[in-house]
Ligand binder design. Structure first.
Ligand SMILES: Cc1cc2nc3c(=O)[nH]c(=O)nc-3n(C[C@H](O)[C@H](O)[C@H](O)COP(=O)(O)OP(=O)(O)OC[C@H]3O[C@@H](n4cnc5c(N)ncnc54)[C@H](O)[C@@H]3O)c2cc1C
Length: 363
C-alpha cells in the first residue's frame, strides 16, 4: 500500500513525486512509455517568464519562474544551465509590450548592450536537462513502466489496475486520455517539434524571438519549438512531416541569428497539454453526476461556491501547463502537495472546479 500513486512521469508527475518523497511519503509512479516520454521529453525546457503586459497567466508564470529557478538551483544544480536570456520583439506591437514589461516588472533585468535592432528584454534565466530532471525527481519513488487502465475506490483506498493500492492518486497524464473521464475536463494537445543542430556559429545567450535558441555547447545548440494545432498523433490520418517541421524551425531561427554549417543531429516531438483558459489545472476533481444531483446548489450563478461541490475522495490532477511546463511544475507541485498533506486551499483560479462551474452553468 502506497501513500500516493502518481499516473504520468512527465515534469508534472515527477515534481509531485519529488515533493512527496521529500516529505517522507511512500510514492509509486506509473508511466506507460517510460520517464519523460510525453511532452516533457520533447521540451527544450527553457525557464523563462511570460513577456506580456498583464493577466492571470503572466502572474502565475512570473511567480513560478522565481520559485522554479531557485528550486532547480537548490535541488538539481547539475541539471540546470544558467544563461543570459535575450527576448527580442517580433514586431512593433511586441516592442510596445516589451517596453511596458521593462517599466513594470520587479524581475532583475540586465542592461548589457546587444546587437539586435528590435526592442529586447535581457535577464538571467536557465535551461533544464528535461529527461535528466524528470528521472532525478522520480528517483525516490517506485517507478512502474505500465499504462494505468483502471482506478477503483474501495474501502478508503484507490485500487490501481487491480494490483496496486494507494491512499491518494494524482493524475499527471498530460495531453493523453484521462484515466477518469469527466465531461467538463477538456484539454488541447498542441504538437511541438524541436531540433538539436551542430553549427560552427557560437551563441552565448538563450535567444527567444520567433523560436527559442539555446546557447551552444560543444558546437551543438537547440532550436524549438513549433506550435502545430493541425497534427495530433492520435487523430491525424497523415503522418507528421518531419522535414516541414525542420524547415520551419531553421527558417524562424535564421530570422534571429545567422547559423553557419548546420547539421541537424536530433529531432524531438511531443504534445503540450493546454487548458481552454490557458491556466493550469491543479487540485481535486469534481464528481459531475453527484454534484448536479444536489438540488441545494445553484449552478446559474456568477459566484459559484466550489466548496459545495462533491469531489472524488483523495483524487487530484495536475495538468494544462501549455508551453511552460518546466517553469510551472515545481511551483504547482508544491501547491498540490501542501493541499494533499495538510489540506491547504488551492486558489480557485487553478482549481479544475472552475471548469465544472462553467460547464454546469451552461447545461
Ligand atoms: C517541443 C516542445 C517544446 C517545449 N519547450 C518547453 C520549454 O522550453 N519550456 C517549458 O517550460 N515547457 C516547454 N514545453 C512544454 C512542456 O514540455 C509541457 O508543459 C510539459 O511537458 C507537460 O508535462 P506533463 O507532465 O503535464 O505532461 P507529459 O510530459 O506529456 O507527461 C504525461 C505522461 O503521462 C503518461 N501517461 C498518460 N496516460 C497514462 C496512463 N494511463 N498510464 C500511464 N502513463 C500515462 C505519458 O506517457 C506521459 O509520459 C515544450 C513542449 C514541447 C512539446
Amino acid at each position: 500500500m502506497y501513500d500516493v500513486a502518481i499516473i504520468g512521469a512527465g515534469i508534472n508527475g515527477a515534481s509531485v513525486a519529488f515533493e512527496l518523497t521529500q516529505k517522507g511519503k511512500k510514492v509509486i509512479i506509473f508511466d506507460m512509455n517510460g520517464v519523460a516520454s510525453g511532452g516533457s521529453g520533447a521540451a527544450g525546457a527553457f525557464i523563462s517568464p511570460k513577456f506580456s503586459k498583464a493577466g492571470e497567466l503572466k502572474e502565475i508564470i512570473h511567480d513560478a519562474f522565481i520559485y522554479s529557478m531557485a528550486f532547480y538551483e537548490k535541488n538539481f544544480p547539475h541539471l540546470l544551465t544558467k544563461a543570459p536570456l535575450i527576448h527580442i520583439a517580433q514586431d512593433e506591437k511586441d516592442s510596445e509590450i516589451l517596453k511596458y514589461y521593462k517599466e513594470h516588472t520587479d524581475l532583475k533585468l540586465s542592461d548589457e548592450k546587444n546587437s539586435f535592432e528590435n526592442e529586447t528584454v535581457s535577464m538571467e534565466a536557465g535551461i533544464v536537462n528535461a529527461h535528466g530532471m524528470c528521472s532525478a525527481m522520480c528517483k525516490s519513488a517506485k517507478f512502474v513502466n505500465s499504462k494505468v487502465e483502471s482506478l477503483v475506490y474501495d474501502d478508503g483506498m484507490w485500487i490501481i489496475d487491480e494490483i496496486y493500492s494507494a491512499s491518494s492518486v494524482v493524475m499527471a497524464t498530460g495531453a493523453y486520455k484521462q484515466v477518469i473521464q469527466e465531461p467538463y475536463i477538456k484539454l488541447r494537445g498542441i504538437w511541438g517539434h524541436r531540433i538539436d543542430i551542430k553549427t560552427t556559429t557560437e551563441n552565448k545567450n538563450s535567444l527567444h524571438q520567433f523560436v527559442s535558441i539555446s546557447p551552444s555547447k560543444d558546437g551543438v545548440l537547440a532550436i524549438g519549438a513549433t506550435h502545430n494545432v493541425h497534427y495530433h498523433p492520435e487523430s491525424s490520418t497523415e503522418p507528421y512531416d518531419v522535414q516541414e517541421g525542420r524547415a520551419e524551425l531553421l527558417q524562424k531561427a535564421s530570422r534571429t541569428i545567422d547559423l553557419e554549417n548546420v547539421e541537424i543531429i536530433r529531432d524531438y516531438t511531443g504534445l503540450r497539454s493546454g487548458s481552454f483558459d490557458y491556466m493550469p489545472l491543479v487540485g481535486s476533481l469534481v464528481i459531475s453526476k453527484e454534484t448536479l444531483a444536489d438540488t441545494n446548489i445553484k449552478f446559474k450563478t456568477k459566484k459559484p461556491n466550489f466548496e459545495e461541490y462533491s469531489y472524488y475522495p483523495n483524487l487530484y490532477m495536475i495538468n494544462g501547463n501549455g508551453g511552460y511546463g518546466f517553469v510551472l511544475a515545481p511551483y504547482l507541485a508544491k501547491i498540490l502537495s501542501e493541499n494533499i498533506l495538510s489540506g491547504k486551499k488551492i486558489s480557485d483560479r487553478v482549481s479544475p472546479a472552475r471548469f465544472f462551474a462553467r460547464w454546469a452553468k451552461k447545461l
